[in-house]
Design a protein around this ligand. Structure first.
Ligand code: HEM
Length: 495
């Protein structure tokens, strides 16, 4: 046997032994003896012929459960759609439900010590700093300017070209992903990847976007591995998907590092990075913080806009009401650009966006890991180290929370006396809520309203085959498998 063959043999043997070892650990750690209906269906996959998405099956189980909570013993995972439990986890006993090591290891290589990926002191420090910055009037108007500029200079020209080409079918999801990537990069870094620009020439996405996409996709794959030992092993030997992940993370970090260096030399700008620079001198830490913002603010907004336009195609009366309201507030010209003041008066649009995210939350579920044994308000015992997941997707579809019309798209349920009335964040944890509520909530609503208004008032946007059942791809944020093809036409505004 020559040297190369010997190495291959050793490597192969090691891989097999290692996989067997991982498998036995998974079996020991889980509850292999559990033959309850849920665990049996989970292991055998017998739920899948009836339900398209795992989230739909969980929704069905949570609806049936008297407490609104289920336990998948083989995953050591408690899943809840009970608002009392949600409030307890994310507010009342917040300290006992951190993101935990399991989560932070999965995203650690990409996000480092960024806010999205840490607990404890480091999280608290960044949270304080970021809340202060994001609350300021100047950063909010910077965010609005970034969004309006991206809409006017790229989104509208792109959609106009598609509208004038009778054979054109746009993948709305792809358009919104590119749009939100450009916007969040400009806002956080002052960097323009020009992703939406590239679409008009059918060119591929920018290097940064492609590397960022690969990084988030492969990190999500880590989370789906039967045991973390499998990807950790691949990472150790820099092979397979872990090799690809490493090189894409290197690109993201290199590009972010370059921007930080340039910004240090050229002095500060208006973006978030420049604002953090004054308080943080460690450039690696700064880079981690900004990358967390890219992750938090990119796919979420794209996902929300995608399902919003699907629901508008299915519900033309809602579309009509949004148009009527916008005509009242902004005047009849479809080209007028909304300002902050206008946006606050668009109660029906605000309601429609919230209603859309109720049925299709961009973050369908969110998990925490229990620090100490505990009992949830509904009486569920939670053992230390267990994963506890709250499930906004299921919660949005529960009759006991939203009434017998819970599956209908009805923005009116958010309106009282003609004004938008928010619901409890524990009943509607789409932006999480409690101590760790999303920091970009207001900004995302401004961004979505601007995009919605600029498209709805100028174009007729019709999703192709709007009543197809949506299949979601696995990942951190809800992404429709196969995208969302749509036909756009210039709108004929009535005289
Ligand atoms: C529709 C849009 C959005 C939705 C539905 C959404 C939802 C969420 C959710 C559920 C979390 C909690 C995640 C967790 O802790 O596991 C979160 C956290 C966060 N979001 Fe958003 N988000 C949106 C847009 C944005 C935008 C545009 C930004 C950036 C400006 C942003 C910045 C953040 C940050 C920094 C956190 C971490 C907060 C912390 O850990 O203290 N989000 N978001």
């Amino acid at each position: 046997m020559d040297l190369q063959a010997s190495i291959c043999f050793i490597f192969f043997t090691f891989t097999v032994v290692f996989c067997l070892f991982s498998l036995s650990l998974i079996i020991i750690r889980s509850n292999p003896c559990c033959n309850c209906d849920i665990c049996t269906a989970f292991i055998t996959g017998s739920w899948s012929p009836e339900f398209v998405n795992l989230s739909d099956w969980y929704t069905h189980l949570l609806r049936q459960s008297p407490t609104g909570t289920i336990h998948v013993h083989v995953l050591n995972n408690i899943i809840t759609a009970n608002p009392d439990n949600v409030e307890y986890m994310i507010k009342t006993n917040f300290d006992n439900y951190p993101k935990g090591k399991a989560f932070s290891t999965i995203l650690g290589d990409l996000l480092g010590r960024g806010i999205f990926n840490v607990d404890g002191h480091s999280w608290w420090f960044q949270r304080k700093l970021a809340s202060l910055e994001l609350g300021s009037l100047s950063i909010r108007s910077h965010a609005l300017n970034v969004v309006i500029e991206e809409i006017e200079s790229r989104l509208i020209p792109l959609i106009t070209t598609a509208a004038d080409d009778k054979d054109s079918i746009l993948d709305l999801q792809d358009v919104f992903r590119r749009f939100s990537f450009d916007s969040i990069c400009k806002f956080s870094f002052g960097l323009d990847p020009g992703s939406l620009n590239n679409l008009s020439g059918s060119r591929p996405v920018s290097e940064l976007e492609s590397a960022f996409d690969t990084s988030t996709r492969l990190c999500a794959m880590r989370g789906l591995a039967p045991s973390p030992l499998i990807w950790k092993f691949k990472r150790l030997f820099n092979i397979g998907s872990e090799k690809e992940l490493k090189s894409s993370i290197d690109i993201v970090k290199r590009m972010a590092g370059r921007v930080i260096k340039e910004r240090r030399e050229s002095g500060s700008g208006k973006d978030l990075l420049s604002r953090f620079m004054g308080s943080i001198s460690d450039d690696d830490y700064l880079r981690d913080i900004v990358i967390s913002f890219l992750l938090a603010g990119r796919d979420t907004v794209a996902s929300a806009l995608t399902s919003f336009f699907l629901l508008l195609t299915q519900n033309p009366k809602v579309l009509q009401k949004i148009r009527e309201e916008s005509d009242r507030v902004l005047g009849g010209s479809p080209d007028s650009i909304p300002g902050f003041g206008d946006l606050q008066h668009l109660h029906y649009l605000q309601a429609a966006l919230h209603e859309s995210m109720r049925l299709y939350p961009p973050v369908q579920f969110d998990s925490k890991f229990t620090k100490q044994d505990d009992v949830l308000p509904d009486g569920t015992f939670v053992k230390r180290g267990s994963r506890v997941t709250y499930h906004p997707y299921a919660m949005g579809r529960m009759e006991r929370i939203w009434g017998s019309d819970s599956l209908q798209f009805k923005p009116e349920r958010w309106i009282r006396d003609g004004k938008f009335k928010p619901e409890s964040a524990y009943k509607y944890p789409v932006y999480q809520g409690g101590v760790r509520v999303c920091l970009g909530k207001e900004m995302s609503l401004v961004e979505m309203k601007c995009v919605a208004l600029c498209l709805i008032r100028r174009f007729d946007v019709n999703v192709v085959n709007p009543n197809r059942v949506l299949r979601f791809s696995p990942g951190l944020t809800a992404t429709v498998s196969g995208g969302l093809p749509a036909v756009v036409r210039r709108r004929k505004v009535p005289e």
